[in-house]
Design a protein around this ligand. Structure first.
Ligand code: PLP
Ligand code: ZN
Length: 411
């Protein structure tokens, strides 16, 4: 991989050469999450606006020059991941009084969440390295995306989920034929068991927090946002945060484009959590390191009390001049309804959390009316129908007669 120079540890800052199987820093142990370093001068030669304009690959692989996958790895057979639509808001932006608002609907990925981007890279990596099994622990979407891409590419998948994972996501796992371990415990217990099992059985490790190639898949969402906006991204980009891997990727993508001279500035990144589980927001507010918190929110995909990738997430907000904000579960449920009603976009609770955060940030005056904003909708609402019906209610029953319809009050 001639475009990948090596790693830099996010804790001690030491740099060392790329080894495809390395997960964390040899000096700092498990907390030593790594960044992947690219040869931007080399990449500049091929990754230009012109080249992208002529590129007919409408998937995240159009950016493979910026991804840690070997040049020889064939990615043509994958599910179609990425190149999801970026909608200019027709209603919600106006209701919020914003100059411009865009919605990046990543719920339209093949297994219906942004996690497909990371799982695609993980499966490509596992195949490249000769593994026959990939394993992952997840609150749901990392799992279903991993199982989907693995099924497509003929890898076995072993998936650890906490027992509270929504049925829609568990159904995906079963349909994709994964071995599913439903763990009687919270996400931390699930993660720890998967870690022990991965060590014991020697599977490829897709755990997002520690595997540095994951962020590099997720960053393709911001590469797309920039390209879809003609390389003039909005003032703000908002994203919901659990482990911190997604927001770290969002920042890395913009930083790559900045280093390549393709964009002139990096958007301010708004990190959004639920008040029921917001270790990042609490730490930022009290200016102290993260402490473990309870996982008490309906937004299951971001119910992460002990985030696995805190450094990249904190850096994304700090270095972009962004902000942290928390919204309540009621605001999240309300936003599910609002995003559906105003834009026709159906998000799961964690999927609409970024939009809920933007509504709050506008109310707080943190985002000003003369600014432009992109919200990332990270997962589809069909994954969690129970909460969708909680947000929007159930329809009234009507007898099959016109006078009954008139009397029903539905219309
Ligand atoms: C995983 C996930 C997130 C958060 O990503 P992290 O990398 O855990 O911060 C947000 N929304 C959805 C729908 C997710 O599945
Ligand atoms: Zn280190």
């Amino acid at each position: 991989m001639k475009r990948v120079i090596g790693y830099r540890c996010t804790i001690c800052g030491k740099e060392f050469p790329f080894e495809p199987e390395r997960m964390t820093c040899p000096h700092c142990g498990e907390k030593g999450i790594l960044d992947i370093l690219y040869d931007y001068d080399e990449i500049k030669k091929t990754l230009t606006r012109e080249a992208l304009r002529n590129n007919r690959d409408n998937s995240m692989w159009r950016y493979r020059d910026l991804m840690p996958v070997d040049e020889r790895t064939d990615v043509s057979g994958f599910l179609r991941i990425g190149w999801t639509p970026l909608y200019e808001s027709r209603q919600l932006g106006r209701e919020l009084g914003l100059k411009r608002l865009y919605v990046k609907d990543d719920g339209l990925n093949p297994t219906a969440s942004l996690k497909d981007r990371a799982s695609g890279v993980a499966v490509a990596k596992a195949i490249e390295l000769g593994y026959d099994t990939i394993a992952c622990s997840s609150t749901g979407n990392a799992a279903s995306s991993c199982a989907g891409s693995a099924a497509r590419m003929g890898l076995k998948a072993v998936i650890f989920v906490p027992e509270r994972a929504p049925e829609g996501k568990v159904a995906q796992l079963m349909i994709f034929g994964a071995k599913v371990v439903s763990v009687h415990g919270d996400y931390k217990a699930t993660f720890d068991l998967s870690k022990a099992a991965i060590e014991k059985y020697g599977w490829y490790n897709r755990n997002a927090g520690i595997n540095p190639v994951m962020t590099e898949g997720k960053k393709t969402v911001s590469l797309e946002i920039a390209e879809q906006l003609g390389f003039e991204p909005t003032d703000w980009v908002a994203c919901s945060v659990g482990d911190g891997c997604t927001i770290g990727g969002v920042y890395n993508g913009f930083r790559d484009l900045y280093e390549l001279g393709l964009i002139e500035r990096i958007p301010k990144i708004l990190g959004v959590q639920s008040t029921g589980c917001c270790p990042f927001v609490d730490a930022a507010r009290q200016q102290r390191p993260l402490v473990p918190t309870e996982e008490n929110t309906i937004a299951d995909s971001i119910a992460v009390g002990v985030p696995r990738n805190p450094v990249k997430a904190l850096r994304a907000v700090r270095d972009s001049g962004g902000a942290w904000i928390a919204v309540s579960d009621e605001q999240i449920l309300d936003t599910m309804r609002v995003l559906g009603r105003t834009e026709g976009v159906f998000g799961e609770p964690a999927g609409v959390t970024a939009t809920a955060g933007v509504r709050q940030a506008v109310a707080d005056g943190l985002i000003r009316a003369d600014e432009t904003v992109t919200v990332i909708s990270t997962g589809s609402g069909l994954k969690d129908v129970k909460n969708a019906l909680r947000a929007a209610g159930k329809p009234k029953l009507c007898e099959p007669a016109l006078d009954a319809l008139e009397r029903s009050g539905i219309l």
